[in-house]
Design a protein around this ligand. Sequence first.
Ligand code: GLN
Length: 477
Amino acid sequence: MEQYTTLSSVQQDIKAGKLHLGQLVDGFLQRIEETKHLNAFVEVYGEEAKAQAESINAKILNGTGGKLAGMVVGIKDLICYEGHTVSAGSRIIENYKSIFSSTVVERLLAEDAIIIGRQNCDEFAMGGSNENSYFGAVKNAADNTKVPGGSSGGSAVAVQAGLCMASLGTDTGGSVRQPAAFCGVVGLKPTYGRVSRHGIIAYASSFDQVGPIANSVEDAALLLEVIAGHDDFDSTSSQEVVPEYSKQLSFEGKKRIAYLPETLESEGLDPEVKALTEKVIRQLKAEGHTVEPISFPYLDYVVPTYYILTMAEASSNLARYDGVHYGYRSPNAVDLESTYKKSRSEGFGAEVKRRIMLGTFVLSAGHYDAFYGKAQKVRRLIAEKTHAILEDHDFILLPTTPGPAFGIGEKTDDPVTMYLADIFTVQASLAGIPAISLPVGETQTKLPLGVQLIGKRFGEVELFAFSKYFLDVTKKE
Ligand code: GLN
């Protein structure tokens, strides 16, 4: 089976009679079977996908197919789909069946996408390696001893390994972009408020956004176009009109791009990542763009600020899993107090418990001002500085990650090292602005590497168009 990297090529081949959508779905289902060891999917909706393929194939042929007709997607196990189990990678809601669909799922289905299954992720999206899943670690398809990144690890591997055409992940502090970089695919975190969070299991509500992971900028743009837009069920979703991203992908002209010297001098930056970023800067300059260093003095503060705020929000969001309202209840509980304590102790994994405790601590009366209040103020400073850079520049360019995919088990004993690895992704999250990871290289040992572009608030049109061009330019050498 040919590996399709864009939906338009699938639609073309179906119209030309060279392909039936059922064949494509069967091909994915077979690949999923053959690559079970990667652990990318928690559950596969094989029969449903095959049935949908029949009717959507007919629609493509008679010209009534939606924008995503022929697109076979997977969804992170955090995105509610009516009648389907959604577990958030956790024992605490292992068997929870969703009674409604998230807005993003409704919008996918309305445009004739086929949802092939739900994908493994870190428990409640907390992690950067997909090792915190109740369903076990996910393996990077480029090297099975390496992590795929996280928390949307299953979603990135599924695209990398050809198990579906695209995925929907969620990105709170890098969970779409970082696994995209580790797996050699495209991943976008939209502007905060661009996509409805209705029906997305919450981690940190002032950060969470759904984002596409795909083989091409075209498909990522098309997916965002479909899922974005105001939703009455999410008051933080923006009223801003949704442009047709997929039709505005041509790029011309010269751009002003900032890079942050602190990122390239940062401790722990892998030499191959540094070399790649510098090479990309040279290539863009050679194309006539202005690419200049702009100091960002807050780099050391982005990780602590991000973790204080997200843990605080998580401790509040996860209070609902109490052994009463949802999911797992400990069989050893004897009264109300032990129902809470035992259900939560047995139902949550170690990382989630660590974050709930730290989040509760930073919000507690005696520590609120010193931690939570302070972090709110620092978030404002980081956001304002970032916006100021983007007033004079079209984009900020920086590595997506400090290094390539690391070994499974390598960082699990040291949560702080794991947190520090988020240093380049959390800036855009704190500022609420869009950022994309683009696969532009690999290490000598053939591990994928990504470079990240941060755009202006609601600047996804420019970001996509430039990204497409950027991938062409960086392929030249
Ligand atoms: N690695 C980050 C964290 O653990 C990002 C997670 C995410 O974006 N969901 O918080």
